[in-house]
Write a new protein. Structure first.
Length: 94
């Protein structure tokens, strides 16, 4: 959906704990250039409570998207820095 937007995308992999374990977030951060390889510049975007908990566990900010897997209420319960209803709204957080 977002060609040439992400430097790396990782999903479930054998031997790596599943979300909400923060390991996948840390692996992505470790693979990026050091200038952006720090938590204050990281925004985790997700559509479930598991995603929000993953961001919390990894120590990074989160934005929930309301068009995905779970309800707005579930996302709100994790107190992300924001909730968005349209992809364009993400620009307000980056």
């Amino acid at each position: 959906f977002f060609p040439n937007t992400f430097d790396i995308v990782l999903g479930e992999r054998a031997g790596i704990p599943r979300k909400p374990d923060p390991q996948v977030v840390w692996d992505i951060l470790a693979s990026l250039p050091s200038i952006i390889n720090h938590k204050p510049s990281t925004l985790y975007v997700g559509d479930s409570g598991v995603d929000m908990q993953t961001a919390i566990n990894a120590g990074v900010d989160a934005v929930g998207v309301t068009w995905g897997f779970r309800s707005r209420t579930e996302l709100e319960s994790f107190h992300p820095m924001g909730l968005i209803d349209k992809a364009e709204e993400l620009l307000g957080f980056v």
